[in-house]
Design a protein around this ligand. Structure first.
Ligand SMILES: [Zn+2]
Length: 133
């Protein structure tokens, strides 16, 4: 396997639950009020050690957004998405920002967040959900 040069973060950071690659600092969290299919998601100003997927349009609760999935650069697991652009002016603060799905990353204390299983979650046909206020 090729050696990767990974960025190391210091302080309170979130990391890959599979390979402990560092992703983002707790200080760079913009919002914790996001929601994805599997529970909570956090909006970050900066994320490191990820590769970007293909651009696609997604219809989220707050409107149509162009997003790309983001993957752990070390193990390739999908960890969230990045907002490329938003149609609605009110949503454009998210452009260039990153979502990490909370259950896919380890918290600053190494904790793994588990979402309580909802009885109907499997039958839910929403795509990616978005900001819940
Ligand atoms: Zn990983």
């Amino acid at each position: 396997m090729a050696r990767l040069s990974l960025v190391s973060l210091e302080g309170n950071f979130y990391s890959c639950k599979h390979c402990q690659t560092h992703f983002a600092l707790a200080d760079d969290i913009i919002s914790k009020s996001f929601q994805c299919r599997h529970g909570k998601a956090y909006l970050f100003d900066k994320v490191v050690n990820v590769t970007l997927g293909e651009k696609e349009e997604r219809n989220l609760i707050t409107g149509v957004h162009t997003v790309v999935d983001i993957f752990c650069v070390a193990c390739g697991s999908i960890v969230g998405w990045k907002y490329e652009s938003a149609c609605e002016k009110a949503q454009q603060y998210k452009e260039g920002k990153f979502i990490l799905e909370r259950f896919k990353v380890l918290g600053p204390d190494g904790s793994l967040y588990m979402e309580p299983q909802e009885p109907n979650a499997a039958g839910c046909d929403v795509d990616d959900v978005d900001l819940i206020i």
